[in-house]
Design a protein around this ligand. Structure first.
Ligand code: GLV
Ligand code: MN
Ligand code: MN
Length: 456
């Protein structure tokens, strides 16, 4: 017992420095069944608003709730202690030798944008559970608790705001702002969460319940499909992420006066849809105009009304996504889009408003977490590539609380956010093994527990 305490203390001392500890855990003792993880991913995919292979799972809908129940079932089967906060984040914890020590975290999201695939986010949740299960089955007792999180609402589909769960954890959401983000029926986050069984008394209560601090989170690492083509094209097995690009989202509304498509003469019109069309083309020009391959901008949502072939469009609503690994350069593009929206509105005699939904800074991964991912990858004998994440992830916000890193695995043709998204069982197994070893390194070793086999 005294020996166990001493080794736990030593591990904590090393882990306090976030040193990529050499753990006694042998990579060969980690048994990960990639096909079993895929089977679970494909079962989760059946909870979808569109028929598979498409996956659509929107926050707090019936399918999202069924998906959450399945994730909790997997956590329970892996022997993890489950808790939920009032935002809807779900945590499964593998206890550490020192239960009071700040935890090492992993996880990702299970919501899916309309007509997406089965692997985005889900691989990091179900793969995270599989990593903790592999550690447990190998008899590894961490010094620190290790937790896997299913973050709530990483995708912005329902309330227009991405990463709501991790923003709340990082203390970057305030009550009034969250309340202002309504879904298309005018429902608030609080109402939707309550209807889903997450009974917060108020937004303050909800946000407070999700808040994490450096005192309770030591480090974080997320497993995710690459969502780009580089690993596959270069034949590398693991992406060691060093930074996450800065995302921004704008909602622009143009309003004209509409009218009869036959009777309203061209010089008298103020067509909101044409203002939107001009702005959409400008968005492309602005991104290309930086001359940097890392600047990307997309108009992924476009709605006009009243949507009648014989009516001049009266309203146009655009949602614009702008990203770059260089924050100031991204901000300059966002500013130019806002200025152009005002110029177009004036020229076309339409009214307009711009809602800056989010404009987040990029994240640099923690050097010691990157080193732990790299050391684990090397120890397992997998090839790797240092890379930047161009997609955003909950890790962007976890990096505001604790040193954070990401592990990427290849996905077919780099496809993501589409039904034919695919990662092979072998690549998934490799990612889960690297994750498990990285978590062991970051958590430190608290002593050996007799190997306890958990059910699949
Ligand atoms: C996440 O889904 C993103 O859009 O990067
Ligand atoms: Mn996504
Ligand atoms: Mn994702």
């Amino acid at each position: 017992m005294a020996l166990l305490r001493a080794s736990a203390l030593l591990a904590l001392l090393c882990a306090a420095q976030l040193l990529p500890l050499a753990v006694a855990l042998k990579p060969s003792s980690l048994k990960v069944d990639g096909q079993a993880v895929v089977d679970q991913l494909l079962h989760l995919a059946t909870f979808s608003d569109h028929p598979n292979p498409a996956v659509t799972r929107i926050l707090f809908t019936e399918n999202d709730l069924a998906g959450r129940a399945y994730v909790k079932q997997l956590m329970a089967q892996a022997g993890l202690a489950i808790r939920e906060d009032k935002m809807g984040n779900i945590y499964g914890t593998l206890p550490g030798a020192d239960p009071a020590a700040a935890a090492v975290g992993t996880g990702s999201h299970c919501d899916a944008i309309p007509l997406a695939g089965a692997y985005d986010g889900t691989t990091g949740v179900i793969g995270g559970i599989a990593a903790l299960k592999a550690l447990r089955d190998a008899g590894f007792m961490p010094a620190r608790p290790i937790e896997v999180v299913m973050f709530t609402s990483e995708e912005p589909t329902r309330f227009g705001l991405s990463c709501s769960g991790s923003r709340a954890m990082a203390g970057l959401l305030d009550a009034a702002y969250l309340d202002s983000r309504r879904d298309e029926n005018g429902t608030s986050y609080l109402e939707a969460a309550r209807a889903a069984g997450y009974g917060a008394a108020s937004y303050e209560d909800m946000l407070q319940s999700a808040r994490r601090t450096p005192e309770d989170l030591h480090a974080f690492v997320e497993l995710h499909i690459e969502q780009g083509p580089l690993l596959e094209a270069e034949g590398r097995q693991i992406g060691v992420v060093t930074a996450i690009a800065a995302p921004a989202a704008l909602r622009v509304r143009f309003s004209g006066d509409g009218g009869h498509a036959g009777a309203q003469l061209m010089p008298l019109r103020n067509d909101a849809s044409l203002a939107a069309a001009e702005l959409a083309l400008f968005v492309e020009k602005a991104a290309l105009g930086t001359g940097a391959i890392d600047t990307v901008a997309t108009v992924g949502y476009w709605d006009i009304s009243p949507k009648a072939v014989n009516s001049v469009p009266r309203e146009a609503l655009l949602e614009i996504d702008v990203r770059d690994i260089d924050g100031p350069r991204r901000d300059a593009v966002v500013a130019s889009i806002m200025e152009e929206a005002a110029r177009i509105a004036e020229k076309r005699r339409v009214r307009h408003s711009v809602d800056a939904i989010n404009q987040d800074p990029p994240a640099t991964c923690g050097a010691d977490v990157v080193a732990a991912v790299q050391a684990s990858t090397d120890e397992l004998g997998y090839s790797s590539k240092r890379m930047v994440s161009r997609a955003y992830h909950d890790s962007l916000f976890m990096a505001q609380i604790a040193p954070t890193g990401m592990i990427f695995i290849p996905c077919r043709n780099g496809w993501s956010h589409r039904p034919d998204e695919f990662a092979s069982p072998q690549d998934i197994a490799r990612g889960v093994e690297v994750l498990a070893l990285t978590l062991a390194r970051l958590a430190g070793e608290g002593g050996a527990e007799p190997a306890a086999k958990t059910e699949l």
